[in-house]
Design a protein around this ligand. Structure first.
Ligand SMILES: [Zn+2]
Length: 292
């Protein structure tokens, strides 16, 4: 395999990496501002691959991404709406560009080179400030008709009534994301989620209850998703996924209470992600390479 190039557009910086078989050979990070994003991407690509040794570039970005048309359909944190990133960037770099959502990229990375290697039907739940999702079925990344699919963070938790930043009510992101847990922690008098996690690990009943409810919500949507697509595994990633030990039992309960005939079937397993912050660049580089 030749080198593949992956880029992850974060909130304030661009990470660019040259990747071979899931191993990062070289990586740079450069800051950018929204208005200069096309030029900064071209600069990052020229800097990391001055000899143009790659034929394709994979770009991952948070938000709703129309992979088919190369658009950032909606990225709230960067304030983009139907932004034609691929068509603006392509003439500057003269290589094929594959654009996808950051969680889908991370899911593909985990499937190819991380915690998902042994599975053919898996989902990634990237539990961070929000909750991103990726879906891999029959060893293929599921993006839907326009690339807008696999928004697992906006699956509905039974009985939940919190309003999500997306405008819908009861999304798992509104109940069990880092942002949602921050708000609940503060309502209980904890300064932040780290203090909440410390208290839970020390045995504080209210803190443990909050994590249990968080886990139940994630388990519930996992069960409902499994009813539709019969998953083997749910890979838990994202920064807040590091608290998984505190909500694993809640997730198992939520899963079993929302899956059809759990006693008579194979129930999917939860498993921690393995590639950390690099999952996105590794995944999107491989995704773009495979699309050439
Ligand atoms: Zn939502």
């Amino acid at each position: 395999m030749a080198l593949a190039l992956g880029i992850d557009i974060g909130g304030t910086k661009i990470s660019a990496a040259l990747v071979r078989y899931g191993e990062i050979v070289k990586k740079i990070e450069i800051p950018f501002v929204r208005e200069g994003i096309v030029d900064e991407l071209a600069r990052a690509i020229a800097e990391i691959d001055p000899d143009q040794s790659t034929e394709s570039v994979g770009i991952a970005c948070a938000g709703l991404i129309d992979s088919e048309r190369g658009l950032i359909t909606f990225a709230g944190n960067l304030d983009f709406e139907n932004f034609p990133l691929r068509d603006l960037l392509a003439p500057k770099i003269k290589r094929e560009i594959a654009l996808t959502n950051d969680a889908s990229a991370a899911g593909w990375g985990e499937f190819r080179y991380g915690a998902g290697k042994e599975f053919s039907h898996m989902a990634l739940l990237a539990v961070g400030t929000g909750i991103g999702g990726a879906l891999i079925l029959n060893r293929s990344l599921v993006l839907g008709a326009h690339g807008l699919g696999a928004e697992l963070g906006h699956l509905n938790v039974p009985g939940a009534n919190a309003t999500c930043p997306c405008g819908l009510v009861g999304c798992v992101e509104a109940v069990a994301s880092g942002r949602a847990m921050e708000r609940k922690a503060q309502e209980l008098g904890f300064a932040h989620t780290q203090a909440l996690a410390d208290a839970a690990r020390a045995g504080d009943a209210k803190a443990r209850q909050l994590f249990d409810e968080m886990g139940w919500a994630i388990g519930a949507i996992s069960g409902r998703l499994t009813n539709v697509v019969d998953l083997e595994a749910l890979i838990i990633g994202g920064g807040f996924g590091a608290t998984f030990d505190l909500w694993e039992s809640g997730a198992q309960r939520g899963l079993r209470e929302n899956i059809v005939v759990p006693a008579l079937r194979t129930v999917p397993i939860f498993k921690r992600a393995q590639l950390g912050n690099d999952a996105g660049v590794i995944g999107v580089a491989d995704f773009a390479y495979g699309k050439r």
